[in-house]
Each structure stands twice: as C-alpha cells, then as structure tokens.
Ligand binder design. Structure first.
Ligand code: CMC
Length: 428
C-alpha cells in the first residue's frame, strides 16, 4: 500500500503521496500541494528538498556512504580506472573489455581542440584564473559544434558531444595551465591513457622529455574517481537546471564549472591550501585560528571543514587523507602543510563548536596537499575537481533529459512592497 503524508493548513488536511527510494529513503511529493491548497513550500538553499528522482549516485550523509550506480566509492577508488567510472556513471553499468576499448577510442579521437580556440588563450591576461578560461572555452565549444544547439538532437549526436567533452576538457585545462605559467602548449598524445595524456600536456616542455611517474598517474586516477559525482550538489543542480531550459550540453557543463568555482563548493580546495599557507606563515597557535572560525563576526571559516550532507564523516576525505600520506611518502616529499592540516583536524575535532555542528574534514581538506605534491599549482586545483566531476555532470544532465524533466523554475514567497503609484522625479 502506498504511503501518504497529511499536511494540515488552517484546519484543512491535504493528502500527499510519499515516494520511497531504493535505499528506503522517503520524500513527500508536494507537486500538487499548490494546486490543492494555494501554498508552496519554502526551503532556502534546498536544504530539505529533493529536486529529482535519480539513479546515478547514492549518498547517506549520516553514515558516510557514497556509491556510484551501487558501487562503493572505496571499491571504485581502489580498483577501477577513472575512464571505467566515467562509463559507469554515464551509461549505468561497468563496461566490458570491448565497450571500454570503444569508449576510450571514441574519446581519444576527439582530444584536439580547434586551432582557432588556441588563439583565445592569447587574449587572456597571463595570470587569468584557469577556471574562468575553462568555463569560457567549454561554452565556446558550442559555437564550434553548432549542431549541439539543436534541442532535438539524436542519441548519436548527444553521444558525440559527450565524447568531445570528455576528450577536450583535459586539453582545455592543461592549456589554461600553460597560459598561466606562460609556456607553449603541448598537444594531446593519443597513445597515452587519459591521466597520462593530461599530465603530459601539463608538464611536458619542448626542451625536456617528461617522464610520467606511475605514482603520480595513480594518485590522479584516484582523485578523479573520488570527485566524479556527488548527486544533487550545487554544480550538478546547476547543470541540470541550465540543461532543463534545453540549453546545449557544452553550455550546461560550463555553468556547472562556474558553480564549482565558488569557495563554498569546489573552490574550497584552493582556499584550503591558501589557508594552511597563511597559518604556516603566521606561526601563531592553531587555537587562534579555531577561535577566528568560531567567531560569528569574523568572516574566516575553516576551509575544508563542514558539509551540507555529511554529518558524520566524508568517506572521500578518509580515502584522500591516506592517499596524501602515501603520495608524499612515495615521492619523498616533506610538506609542513600536511602536519598543520593533521593538527588542525585534531584540534577542531576535539572542539565543542565543531562537535556540536558535526563539522568534519571534507574532500577538499586533503586533496590540495596531493595536488601540490604532484606539482599542480594552487590556481589549478578547482580545475582538477572539474576534470573529475565532468562524467557526473554529464550523467546528471543525461538523466534529466532522458526523464524529460520540466524546466527548473522554483517559486518564491514575495516579501517586497505592495502595489504603489509611481511618483514623478520632482516629487521625490
Ligand atoms: N568553519 C566554521 N564554522 C562552520 C563551518 C566552517 N568551515 N562550516 C559550517 N560552520 C558553522 C556555520 O557557521 C553554522 O553555525 P551556526 O549554526 O552557529 O550558525 C553551522 O556550522 C552550519 O553551517 P551552514 O553554513 O549553515 O551549513 P551549510 O550546509 O549551509 O554549508 C558548507 C555547508 C560546506 C558550505 C560549510 O560547511 C562551509 O562553508 N565549509 C567551508 C567551505 C568548504 O570546505 N566547502 C567545501 C565543501 S565539500 C566540496 C563540495 O562537495 O563542494
């Protein structure tokens, strides 16, 4: 028997269906509430609102569980390749050998970007933030492939756009980095795998042969997997809502990149390292920084701490913390920032303020330390997040289109002035 919720408004009871997910989570379907009662629901920041039914990622914040299409993040990060995970997220199942080979071949075919796009980089200031460049160039892809703008494109055309996105984002990103450091760009090498090709485009120089360190390529693979999807977060919701207007996929993904850039979302990984560097340079006891983070009059927040949905621990942070230790040890790097990060974590975890609010380190707390060890500059950290998140955004967009979801258009409660008459300029 289907479950029903009862909502009583001014003495009148309305019955609303309860939707149950495959992990037994409940949602009250309020679709008809307004037409029945005239009332809408109010939930700033969508803290308690399910915006869609999704089969991509399952997340249980109370118990620190994260699964892509049913597979645990721990297992995928330990055993799979990023490109396998991308296939899984986008197509719903792990690929067999021939499906994986086809998928990789289709991506490899499209790694070049149009030479005209190369000129865009020249117009940016040398210290332009790579996220700004990446978002703009992703959006620009829609102008190079105008067919993508057709909202009634075929499945094959959509597939081609997906291959192009997966293939070109590493090139666009690595070239944004080259622009940042003022080096000549390096073209994609299609005999390398996804991570190796990216590392080669980032670090190879005309005068020097770049040797890909398997430790670095492995760490990158793990990081990309850990970032690949996170259900209805700010950027995924942005991609879905922009796409729901039938804007093309390139532009929808570009909007996701912009949402990710913010320091409360993916931009936190850059902000964490900058915070740790500041704490290191400052040298004052960590308690002072904790006190600042707790002070409501001080804008300082402990970056890399807290999460909208994880109220126990972030399973990604657990894996990344261990990976950071492994990478630093294998590469023989001693980084004082990791010691500060660990101390800060201990101080915060034992502090009443953080305990009472369930504030734990999130994925961004340790990821920057690994990126730094891999030689990736701070300004590129959020681009790395975007590279990992791309298959998730694509999967979320595809699901939204396949389910024929309506245009995203929330309601509001108007609290402004009531109707009044225009007063001429002289009389004001
Ligand atoms: N430092 C100090 N206090 C904090 C922090 C923090 N990092 N995070 C939350 N709080 C406090 C906040 O002030 C509030 O206190 P009170 O109840 O007294 O007003 C309480 O904890 C609840 O916080 P909130 O801001 O209402 O929670 P939210 O769900 O709206 O925000 C968040 C979640 C991630 C934006 C927030 O925790 C934050 O700003 N963290 C720092 C930025 C960060 O690390 N972001 C990366 C998130 S993980 C990557 C991703 O998936 O995007």
């Amino acid at each position: 028997m289907s479950e029903i919720a009862e909502v009583k408004i001014n003495g009148q009871t309305y019955e609303l269906p309860i939707i149950t997910g495959s992990e037994d989570e409940k949602g009250i379907d309020i679709t008809k509430l307004r037409s029945l009662s005239g009332a809408v629901t109010l939930d700033s920041g969508y803290k308690n609102t399910g915006s869609t039914k999704s089969a991509v990622t399952y997340l249980d914040g109370e118990n620190g569980i994260l699964r892509y299409r049913g597979y645990s993040i721990e297992e995928l990060a330990g055993k799979a390749s990023f490109i396998e995970v991308a296939y899984l997220l986008i197509n719903g199942e792990l690929p067999n050998k021939s499906q994986l080979a086809d998928f990789e071949a289709n991506i490899t075919k499209h790694t070049l970007i149009h030479e005209d796009m190369k000129r865009f980089y020249e117009a940016y200031p040398s210290k332009a933030h790579p996220m700004g460049i990446v978002a703009s160039l992703l959006c620009s892809l829609s102008t190079f492939y105008p067919d993508s703008q057709n909202p009634n494109r075929t499945e094959e055309e959509i597939e081609l756009t997906i291959y192009r996105l997966l293939a070109k984002l590493p090139t666009i990103s690595a070239w944004a980095y080259k622009n940042f450091v003022g080096h000549p760009v390096v073209y994609p090498k299609n005999n390398l795998n996804y991570e190796e090709n990216f590392l080669n485009m980032m670090f190879s120089l005309p005068a020097e042969k770049y040797k890909i360190d398997p430790v670095v390529a492995d760490a990158l693979n793990k990081l990309l997997i850990l970032h690949a999807d996170h259900e209805q977060n700010c950027s995924a919701s942005t991609v879905r809502i922009v796409g729901s207007s039938h804007a093309n996929l390139y532009s929808s993904i570009s909007a996701g990149v912009i949402a990710l850039w913010g320091p409360l979302h993916g931009g936190a990984n850059q902000a964490v390292i900058e915070m740790l560097e500041k704490i290191h340079a400052d040298g004052t006891p960590l308690e002072n920084w904790i006190a600042k983070a707790k002070d409501k009059d001080d804008p300082f927040r402990l970056m890399g701490f807290g999460h909208r949905v994880y109220k126990n621990f972030d399973p990604r942070a657990k894996i990344i913390k261990k990976a950071a230790d492994d990478v630093l040890e294998k590469l023989g790097i001693e980084d004082p920032l990791i010691e500060i990060a660990k101390e800060l974590e201990q101080v915060a975890l034992n502090d009443e303020y953080f305990k009472a609010r369930n504030l734990y380190p999130n994925v961004d707390f340790y990821s920057g330390i690994i990126y730094k060890a891999l030689g990736i500059p701070t300004e590129m950290f959020t681009v790395m997040f975007a590279l990992g998140r791309l298959p998730g955004w694509i999967a979320q967009w595809k699901e939204m289109i396949e389910n024929k979801e309506p245009i995203g258009r929330p309601r509001q409660i108007y609290v402004g002035e009531n109707e009044r008459s225009y007063v001429s300029l002289e009389d004001r």
